[in-house]
Design a protein around this ligand. Structure first.
Ligand SMILES: Nc1nc2c(ncn2[C@@H]2O[C@H](COP(=O)(O)OP(=O)(O)OP(=O)(O)O)[C@@H](O)[C@H]2O)c(=O)[nH]1
Ligand SMILES: [Mg+2]
Length: 317
């Protein structure tokens, strides 16, 4: 049995050490991690993947903690990913999350992990895709992904979720807040947290006003819910909205369509990896200088050389 197969087996048996090890492989973008994700992919597709996004400090982690405990009390096993696009290493904010998450981390049925950025473009969403696939294959019923809603990589990360909860808080310049992050399009559930603060109703109205501008034709109209996550108020309504949205996705066929899209995605990743590997091999091939010279002098078209590179790689495989 290969390393990948035995680790995949440990993950299926829900061994926390195997899960942690696999996630590290995936986070570091190692070949073993890629192999592992491909091995686990057919076992995934059952978990409800829930994105929690919003501006810094609106209470995402506090809400995630509440949701995790509520789902846990229904008997679910919960995976939590805190995705931090801003820091290459686990920074202060994530460390703070960990401490606040402690009561759920202690629980056997909850697995919490933070994922940091890889240097290259798309690395974060790839790592998150792999991590979600792993946790799903490990049998977690729900996977919660927390990320700060600020840029393109977060939007990409949220596209991995079945249901995205956009969290806002009163008094942060509501209109600009939502539009700037391009966040309205990705939210299926809106939460105005810190409803104990002044202006929560104004924020609800501002969101409703913006939503009605373009979503009338949709058959899912995003609910806008008020919560006080710190005091566990409103958690149940968010849980119900998530269950409704899941049922909606399943009945409308979107759940199956997302799984089909992911299947396309993993094939694309595999093809891209294979092509990159072929190129790497070509660069260290003894013929590289000759090919280079051929293209430079016009003796051969670059596409001809590419065909030869691929042919050689196929013969090698
Ligand atoms: N008043 C009030 N404070 C809250 C509420 N929910 C969370 N907080 C507080 O708001 C602060 C930020 O909460 P977090 O849950 O860390 O917010 P976050 O969105 O995860 O923050 P980042 O991950 O740093 O972007 C903490 O001090 C929480 O205790 C709430 O409903 N009301
Ligand atoms: Mg947080």
């Amino acid at each position: 049995m290969t390393d990948v197969d035995s680790l995949a087996q440990g993950i299926q048996h829900q061994q926390k050490r195997a899960i942690a090890r696999g996630l590290s492989w995936i986070e570091r973008d190692q070949q073993l991690g890629k192999d592992l994700v491909r091995t686990l992919f057919p076992l995934a597709g059952h978990a409800h993947v829930i994105g929690i996004t919003g501006a810094p400090g609106v209470g995402k982690s506090t809400l995630v903690n509440r949701l995790a405990l509520a789902l846990r009390s229904q008997g679910q096993r919960i995976g939590i990913l805190a995705v931090d696009p801003s820091s290459p290493f686990s920074g202060g904010a994530i460390l703070g999350d960990r401490i606040r998450m402690q009561d759920s981390v202690m629980d056997e049925g909850v697995f919490m992990r933070s994922l940091a950025t890889r240097g290259h473009l798309g690395g974060l969403s790839r790592a998150t895709f792999g991590a979600v696939t792993l946790l799903d294959a490990a049998g977690f019923d729900s996977v919660l992904i927390e990320t700060v809603g600020a840029g393109q990589s977060e939007v990409e990360v949220m596209q991995l979720a079945h249901s995205t909860v956009v969290v806002q808080a009163p008094g942060l310049g509501d209109d600009i807040q939502a539009i700037k992050a391009g966040i309205l399009e990705i939210g299926q559930i809106f939460v105005v947290n810190k409803a104990d603060h002044e202006g929560a109703d104004h924020t609800v109205r501002a969101i409703r006003g913006m939503l009605t501008l373009g979503l009338e034709h949709l058959d899912w109209f995003p609910p806008i819910l008020k919560t006080v996550a710190e005091r566990d108020e409103g958690t149940d309504a968010v849980i119900r909205a998530l269950q409704d949205h899941r049922a909606y996705l399943q009945e409308s066929g979107q759940w199956a369509r997302m799984r089909a899209d992911q299947t396309t995605h993993i094939i694309e990743l595999a093809v891209r990896d294979w092509a990159e590997e072929a190129l790497r091999a070509a660069r260290s091939d003894a013929n590289w200088d000759k090919w280079h010279e051929d293209v430079l002098t016009g003796r051969r078209d670059a596409a001809h050389v590419a065909t030869e590179v691929v042919r050689r790689r196929l013969a090698w495989d």
